[in-house]
Each structure stands twice: as structure tokens, then as C-alpha cells.
Design a protein around this ligand. Sequence first.
Ligand code: ATP
Length: 409
Amino acid sequence: MKAEIVSIGTEILLGDILDTNSNYIASRLPGLGIDLYYTSQIGDNRARLADLLRRGWERSDLILCSGGLGPTEDDVTREAICEVLEEEPRIDPALEDELRAFFARRGSQMPERNLKQAWLTPSTRAIPNPRGTAPGWWSEKHGKIIIAMPGPPGEMQRMWEKEVAPELERRSDAIIVSRTIKTSGLGEGTVDEMISPLLKSTNPSIGVYAKPDGIHLRLTSKAATREEAARLIEPLEEAVERILGGVIWGHDDETFEVAVGRMLRERGLTIATMESATGGLLASTITDAPGSSNYMVGGLVAYATEQKIAWGVPREVIDEHGVISVETARAMAAAARRQCGSDIGVGITGVAGPDPQDDKAPGTMHVAVDSGDGGDSMSYTYNQSRDHNKRRAVANALQLVRRTLLAAR
Ligand code: ATP
């Protein structure tokens, strides 16, 4: 099936909003075995939109629109689709009732201009939208489909997941299923070499990708149904797990902070942080994981040297080794543990950049973990942007926590 995506809204053309809807939809089409040929962005102009849809109608089997379903004069998606279908819209009584009830539930009367949100045409059915007033439109004629979804991403994504994707999947004869296996601690080349006997497989296939949180392996299979595609992947996944075993830390959408959080929970351990160069980003990242209150005790941002000392970093350590040193990072990790009474403490000190500090190059970072009866540390200089340097230090700190937990097993 040849598809195209149309994002509708002058705000998109002006650069006021980022077209995340296209990205969302595009990323989901391969899984449904649908080939994306074109993506367009267009303003709220009826004639130009009708023109674009007419072209799409000729060259594609499926047009996926988002935006322009509101009640205002500017919202012209329905009008443009009617032009392409060469059909007149009519008010659907059931939709009108629903719309009026929606407003009544909010204690207001429906403005009459909202009535066009109850329109349908002979080739169009409404797609339910419990999150908003505008139902979507599924128009189908002469073997071609136009789907119009609301612009607000929360409404569009729900409609996609619950209504549109399942129906497209039912009609598809080639479903693609992917599974991502996430590793850390080994380089791309090493992982590639270790799994080289598996790389010959074509369905399922396997790809190796370097990401900020480690090396990812993406296993992909194609079959007539989702179940069959998933079955094809299983033996390959088992083979990868046999080869890479201990370096695998997660799957699919799982993040490093979620994986580390799970390990802490399983072991019944708590954690606290003392950060300098990363300014609290590590604590913030740890708390991105739902349920982190089970193990996260506290995060101290000790930016100034005197504050590090006030929170328990020995002055002698800083005098002897300097504030940007692995010894200070270790002392910060131990101080975080003591101050917060946690099982594990993490310390980060370094130069976020772009300028050097105390003769230390930008991108120099010292990260340490203290677990009471042991610890681990990591020092490196890898300079990119300030933001990147901070994020890398946080990723390495989480990495180090994981290493410490595995070593203590
Ligand atoms: P509404 O009923 O809210 O007016 P609509 O279907 O008419 O919905 P638009 O008015 O086109 O949608 O867009 C509403 C809001 O949705 C925009 O202000 C923007 O915040 C968001 N939005 C629209 N299109 C996109 C897009 N392609 N990507 C991301 N956000 C979008």
C-alpha cells in the first residue's frame, strides 16, 4: 500500500510548532507493511489543500492527514476532502447529539459553528475521538482511503492507536515486527563481531546501531500476521541473548534509568547523588522512571567548592587532588550516601564546557559510585556541547551504578 502524510496548519509552515504528528505516523507505517512515499506540510488554505489531496488521491492508496478539524473558518480539512470526493457534507444526527452532549457535560452550550464537526459524506464514516470534539474522518472511495485525524498530538495518537492502526493492520498482508535489544559496555565493532553468524539471517534480520546509551540490536521480521512475525523473531532473540547475555540491560522502549531503577528495586537498595558539573541532571534523570520514590532518597547539587565541603567532602581531598578529580568524585559519592542515609551514593565532578576550568579541558568528567563496602569510578575527557557533556556524564553514572550492582551480586 502506497501512503502519504499531510500535516495541515499554517502554524507548522510558520515554524511556530514542530510537526511531530508526521514523525509519529511515519515511524509506525513500516510496522504495518505500508510504504510511505511522500510527506507534505500545508497551511490552512482550502484551495491549496484540495489541490494537494487531489494529487495524493491520484498517486497514493492512502492519505493520512492531521489538523484542520476544528470548528473555525480556518479549519478546512473536511471541506477540502469533500471537494476531492465530489460529495456534499450533511449533518449526521447521531454525531450532532454526541457533540451537544459533549458540551452539555462541560456545562456549556455548543456554538453553532461547531456543527460542522458532525458532518459526514456518503463515503465517510466518523472515527471516535473521546479526547476532543472533532471526530476523525475515514473516507473511502474507488479503492482509495483518506483518513483525517485531529491536530493535537494527544488526540491524534489515541485515534491512531485505538482506531486507525488496528483497522490498517487488519487490511495489511505484511506485518513487520521489531524487537530492540539494548546493551552496554561493549563497542559497536565488538558486538557486530560477536553476533556475526546471525547477521546473515534475512527474515528475521538483525541490525547493530550505536546509541548514546549503548549498542542497540534491532531484530525485524515480516509475516502475514503479527503473531507469525513475532514467532519468527523468537529463535533469533534467544540466540542473541545466549551470545551477549550479561551486557544486555533492556529491551524496546526501556530507558537506562528504568533498567537501573528495576535493579535497585529488586535488590531493595536506595540511592542518593551529589552532583557538580551536571547540576542535578542525574537526580532528575533517575526520577524520570515511574516508581523512583521506592529507591531515590535525595539529590544534592554541590556546585561551589565550599558547598561540597559543607556537605561532607573532606577539604584535604580537594586541596590535594583538586576539585575536578576522581578522588573528589569518590568523596562526593561517599558524602551523598552519608548525608542521605542511602545504600548507594553517586558523585559527579567535571568541566561541562565550553571553557576549561582549573586547567582541565572541557568535557573532562569524573564519575564515582560508593556502595559502602566498595565502589567504582570512571574518568574521561570527551568534549562536545555543554548539554552533551552533561548528558554523557549522567549516562556514564547510571552505567557505573549498574556495574556496581552486577559486581555485588
Ligand atoms: P482543534 O479542534 O483543537 O482545532 P484541529 O484538528 O483543528 O484541532 P489544529 O487546529 O490544526 O487541529 O491544531 C491544533 C493544535 O494541535 C496546534 O495548535 C498544535 O499545537 C497541534 N498540532 C497540529 N498539527 C500538529 C502537528 N502536525 N504536529 C504536532 N502538533 C500539531
